[in-house]
Design a protein around this ligand. Sequence first.
Ligand SMILES: CC(C)(COP(=O)(O)OP(=O)(O)OC[C@H]1O[C@@H](n2cnc3c(N)ncnc32)[C@H](O)[C@@H]1OP(=O)(O)O)[C@@H](O)C(=O)NCCC(=O)NCCS
Length: 164
Amino acid sequence: MNLSPDPERNQRERCSIDMAQRSDCKAIAQLGRDVWGEWSNGKPLPMQLIELNHPVLISRDHSGKLAGYLIGLFEASGISGHILSVTISETHRRMGIGEQLVERAVSFFSASRAQSVTAIITAENQPSQALFRKLGFDAIEEIEDYYGPGEAAIRFAMALSDSP
Ligand SMILES: CC(C)(COP(=O)(O)OP(=O)(O)OC[C@H]1O[C@@H](n2cnc3c(N)ncnc32)[C@H](O)[C@@H]1OP(=O)(O)O)[C@@H](O)C(=O)NCCC(=O)NCCS
């Protein structure tokens, strides 16, 4: 019998999930550029969302390196939370980090008495859609040409049952 620990599970347990600080935004912007290129949210957006008490979450690996981040915000009504971006570095994918970040954001919105959480995902982004479906989000709307001609998006939503 092989009793050696599963390396992926080990990694999963050793990645922290925390609220981001303003000082984390340089690393967030760098990872955003690496993963998203021209679609990156840059540094000012997470900085200002942190300042305004929206949820920006980070995960660091055992060495302290930024493994991923999530940018969330309250919609204008304040009764719904929205997940704008979940971004995991290529070397840290499939370790459960995206899942933990989304779960933490949902908990944050739930504790803040939001009634639902939404996310908008490109129609061809199967990994992200699988992540949100796994966590209980439903695809509620396909939005044609959302990102430009022929670039559809799908709106995902989850109702928060503990809402007042
Ligand atoms: C999509 C993304 C956030 C997933 O993050 P991750 O940390 O690798 O995902 P997890 O390890 O937490 O996986 C959780 C679940 O998501 C789904 N999933 C994640 N990656 C997947 C893939 N490549 N293919 C299929 N399903 C996938 C699976 O259901 C998985 O559960 P399982 O491991 O039990 O099969 C990551 O691939 C990423 O950063 N991609 C680039 C940026 C992006 O597209 N972000 C999402 C749009 S905002």
